[in-house]
Design a protein. Sequence first.
Length: 254
Amino acid sequence: MRLADATWTDVRDADVDVAFVPVGSTEQHGPHAPLGTDTLDAVAVAEAGAAAYEAAGEPSADADAAGEAAVAPPIPVGVAEEHRAFDGTMWVSPDTFRAYVREAAESLPAHGIDRIIFANGHGGNVAALAEVARQFSRDDAHDGYAVAFTWFEAVGEHAGDMGHAGPLETALLRATNPALVREDRIGAAREGAADRWGEWVSGVNLAHDSDEFTDNGVVGDPSAGDAERGEELLDLASDALAELAAAVVERESV
């Protein structure tokens, strides 16, 4: 169930086990992919994960059905100042981001939806979302419990190919939002890409901003991410999210 499409009576009458809150970013993704890539990918994984969770809970002859998974509206601006040199990028401070995400999530326990998974699509959000989940779960004002999930960390051996606007993000876009990929710019994106995120010495990244190591904002080869690979990524990530949701629903509050 998409919360934004439901009426309040739909939500009242539903049996919602868990809510997925997609969290993305509005930031550069090279010359070939849209600024909203991280948000689009987070939404795609959250919706597929909700479908997978509900399918896994379909009843056998001697079992009751699991409840629904609700998908909240996405949070589209995140911690992305590292991309500030590229036009169109938006960002907020980590403090603002944590406060907004946490307060938005705290709306849900008031309606009996007290299991939350932040379905994340942006690497810059990871640390802040982990803190939000901990603080949400420790809040004595409600019985809620939350965790943070980042889709590209849950795709098995593919995870090693994660760059920025590279093969994984491009593949998932080609599978879920193909009209938004500028296919005529893939060659330019590949040619101007960096091989690796950052400039590393003694285990420390010397580069604070992405324009210090990539001229066009791309890390990795986007031509290595076709739609077939994107479908596989979506299946892997959504199955992992559904498995996580089942564990979160069963877990007692901390």
